[in-house]
Ligand binder design. Structure first.
Ligand code: ATP
Ligand code: MG
Length: 232
């Protein structure tokens, strides 16, 4: 579904991602894990069309999307839950969800049912101003809004950052449920244990380069992962 090959990305004149190749097949949950500043956000923003200084190839459903404008990539079916959530704080929860529909009116009721069953708290707070909700609720809203477009691939940039352990568990449970429902997911995380528990396969990004890749359960037992990320 997603095939990234030999991607190089620069900010201004400084290259921050080097020769990155990664693939996500239909129905897979894949994680890209890496510490602060390793280039996770830079990579997803490039995939979503938000960074112009990149070379290489990003194919989505067989089509080259590198260089396409963000709204077109979104229309192709790739939805990003950004690191800063970017919900509309003055609007209600319900209005935020309606904004996520992106023209797919026929999917509205089905997707609204799905997001309210995944996140009942959003249903309870449909009329509440989004900016007055807790960080965890806002993260759920950001995920729910991205789902409203009925995406083919959901990309999440560190959805667990800043959440309490209880809410982290809830976010990961909802991703697991979405994966069981057949949704294809690319998850960027620093929460290595939870990410590897959830995913089929993973890639490890350090200083802008993929240093390890493999099945999640193999990565979990890899000495480098255990030492650098799991505190063994
Ligand atoms: N707009 C920008 N201009 C210049 N450099 C940038 C810009 N955004 C990010 N960088 C640099 O690119 C590198 C990768 O940053 P990026 O935000 O992609 O990492 P990250 O893995 O998402 O980190 P975090 O886990 O903290 O979110 C860092 O060295 C960062 O300083
Ligand atoms: Mg980031």
């Amino acid at each position: 579904m997603l095939e990234i090959s030999h991607l190089n990305i620069s900010h201004d004149h400084l290259q921050v991602v080097w020769d990155l190749s990664l693939s996500v097949k239909e129905g897979e949950i894949v994680t890209l894990i890496g510490p602060n500043g390793s280039g996770k956000t830079t990579t997803v923003e490039t995939i979503a069309g938000l960074n112009k200084k990149a070379s290489g190839s990003v194919r989505f459903l067989g089509k080259e999307i590198l260089g396409m404008p963000p709204h077109q990539i979104f229309k192709e079916g790739l939805a990003l839950v950004p690191e800063r959530r970017e919900i509309f704080s003055k609007m209600s929860v319900g209005e935020n969800l309606q904004l996520g529909i992106a023209g797919k009116e026929n999917a509205r009721d089905r997707m609204l049912d799905l997001v309210y069953s995944l996140f009942p708290v959003l249903h309870e707070r449909e009329k509440q101003q989004a900016g007055t909700m807790s960080g965890g609720e806002q993260q759920m809203l950001a995920i729910a809004r991205a789902l409203m477009s009925d995406p083919k691939l959901l990309v999440l940039d560190e959805p667990s950052t800043g959440l309490s352990p209880l809410l982290v568990a809830q976010v990961f449970r909802s991703l697991e449920q979405l994966g069981r429902g057949g949704l294809t997911i690319l998850l960027l995380e620093q929460n290595v244990r939870n990410a590897l528990d959830l995913c089929n396969r993973g890639y490890v990004l350090e200083n802008g380069r993929i240093v390890l890749e493999g099945k999640a359960k193999d990565l979990m037992h890899h000495p480098h992962i255990q030492k650098a990320y799991l505190g063994f």
